[in-house]
Ligand binder design. Structure first.
Ligand code: ZN
Ligand code: ZN
Length: 320
């Protein structure tokens, strides 16, 4: 009787709080992928709602899909209530990596029902939003600058290279780094900080060797000390194509081989073993036939460093 009671209590503990039972390190961030793909499926395009664990103050890292991702998160029991109300109340701002539609179409189409909030991006991306999307020819100008009348719901916040600013209405901060996405077209990496904890999110990017650039090397130099000190909790990075994609048709994207080359550069900076078990979250696979399965297989085969490869799924909560 007594032992079965103890077994019952033990099971209850596991059920209620698996992390506190089995893991010493508490998670620092929670991520709800609202969309994960790099094309075709308009209900599932790059957007990651990120908050500090224990808070409901999210920012969206890119905004390809918003409403459908929130609906799925409600269906999955992550959020409760109405999708539009959640968008209005829980999403405190958008960080947009670059001006391609698969990273911002959700922001544009949801804008009539959204609440006032900032849009954080580097200058070239703000220019695209201003000139191409929040203009009266393609939509309505819901932002605070650009074609008149400017409705002023969104406030553009221009991010400068390697300069940290606070993310309003959250306890997070962001530092931006330019990426090369089919040189000279620019994309952005966001280094998010809460106290001593960090997350790195990269928008679309090519490899340094293909782009004839050193943007990624500079980024790896910036974050390698944070990996060594275990302050960086994970890196979101794209792999759009499989290894079969010819170099001339990469259009500023990565393949498993090119990602692992970059990880080797990072590994040289962090020192042997530091990347073992480190979370690398693979984003932006471009659907076509069985390409997504091929990418996963190739990444796993090339994973000599022992990275913890994570493949985010829409509305599947990630704790880092
Ligand atoms: Zn993209
Ligand atoms: Zn792109």
């Amino acid at each position: 009787m007594k032992s079965s009671f103890l077994a019952y209590i033990f099971c209850l503990c596991i059920f209620l709080s698996p992390e506190s039972v089995f893991s010493q390190s508490k998670s620092s961030f929670r991520v709800i992928p609202l969309g994960v793909k790099g094309g075709i499926d308009e209900s599932n395009l790059s957007s990651y709602a990120l908050a500090v664990e224990g808070t409901e103050e999210y920012v969206c890292l890119d905004a390809g899909t918003l409403n459908f991702g929130i609906q799925k998160a409600i269906a999955a029991g992550i959020w409760k209530g109405d999708a539009t109300e959640i968008l209005k109340s829980k999403i405190k701002g958008y960080l947009i990596s670059h001006g391609h539609l698969d990273h911002l179409s959700g922001l544009v189409t949801n804008s009539p029902d959204d609440s006032p909030k900032p849009i954080y991006a580097m200058a070239p991306c703000i220019d695209v939003l201003k000139e191409k999307y929040f203009s009266w020819k393609s939509w309505a100008n819901f932002a605070n600058e650009g074609e008149k009348p400017a409705l002023g719901k969104y406030q553009y916040k221009v991010l400068e290279q390697a300069t940290e600013i606070p993310l309003e209405q959250t306890t997070m901060n962001v530092k931006a780094f330019a990426l090369s996405h089919s040189n000279p077209y620019q994309s952005t990496a966001f280094l998010i900080r809460h106290k001593e904890d960090y997350i790195l999110y990269l928008g679309d990017t090519g490899a340094d060797e293909i782009e004839k650039a050193n943007n990624l090397r500079m980024l790896w130099q910036e974050v390698s000390p944070l990996i060594k000190s275990k302050k960086l909790k994970g890196i979101f990075i794209e792999v759009s194509f499989s290894n079969e994609q010819p170099d001339k048709s990469l259009f500023g994207h990565l393949t498993p081989r090119l990602l692992m080359n970059e990880m080797n550069v990072l590994n040289e900076l962090t020192g042997e073993g530091a990347l073992k078990g480190f979370p690398i979250l693979i984003t932006h696979m471009k659907p076509a036939g069985d390409r997504e399965a091929v990418i996963k297989k190739q990444l796993n085969e090339l994973n000599k460093l022992g990275l913890n490869l994570i493949f985010p799924q829409q509305a599947k909560l990630i704790k880092l």
